[in-house]
Design a protein around this ligand. Structure first.
Ligand code: FMN
Length: 193
């Protein structure tokens, strides 16, 4: 009888511990932030990607190359993020293929980086005077110094503001990207990479 009571007590303690952990971390298992946020959808959106940047390769290198070349031809593009339910858009110029992935670059201090951290889905648009390119993608941040260095080496003008060893430089690659080349005179061409 004593053993049964002990066993029951042990099981109850385990259940209580589990319930407390769920409450402390939020129901979806994500930790509460300092401001007490348990906004599950936002946390899930911002959950760290399971993708290993060192291993991931774009499934369609040719498509990715055509997009990179178009973005270099235009010289800049516009990238939209979600700031909660408010879209935000701004010009960007960085677009480099590094280790089989298309990367862009920004600074952690910028609002754009904070928006990407909260929701990594972005839309990009560029126009070369004849065709326009629209892209949707999910950004994956790559913390590796060698990739930041490759980005800055390809864009030496950025070195007056960024260094691969600072805490500010942020590089992201485009994952699950769907792109469409449009013009007024030809059918849309869809690519993904
Ligand atoms: C032509 C052009 C290219 C730019 N390229 C980049 C870029 O690649 N990365 C970046 O972080 N900012 C770039 N900027 C600056 C951003 O547009 C600017 O910092 C913007 O305010 C960032 O958005 P945010 O204020 O929502 O954070 C560029 C600006 C221009 C005019």
């Amino acid at each position: 009888m004593k053993r049964i009571i002990l066993l029951a007590g042990f099981v109850l303690a385990l259940l209580a511990g589990y319930a407390l952990a769920r409450i402390f971390n939020g129901q979806n298992g994500n930790k509460k932030t300092d401001d007490g946020c348990t906004a599950c959808q936002a946390c899930e959106t911002a959950a760290p990607s399971a993708v290993n940047p060192a291993e991931y390769q774009s499934p369609n290198p040719d498509h990715m190359q055509s997009v990179r070349d178009f973005l270099h031809k235009t010289g800049y593009y516009f990238i939209a993020t979600a700031d909660g339910d408010q879209p935000q858009v701004r010009p960007f110029g960085t677009a480099e293929i590094i280790e089989g992935k298309l990367y862009i670059q920004t600074g952690h201090v910028k609002n754009v980086a904070k928006q990407i951290a909260a929701n990594p889905k972005v839309a990009i648009c560029a126009y070369d005077g004849e065709r326009w390119l629209r892209i949707t993608a999910t950004l994956v941040e790559d913390p590796r110094v060698e990739v930041k260095k490759a980005m800055l080496d390809a864009n030496p003008g950025l070195r007056s503001m960024y260094d691969e060893n600072d805490d500010n430089t942020a590089v992201y690659f485009l994952k699950d990207a769907k792109a469409t080349f449009n013009s007024f005179t030809a059918a849309p061409v869809e690519v993904d990479f």
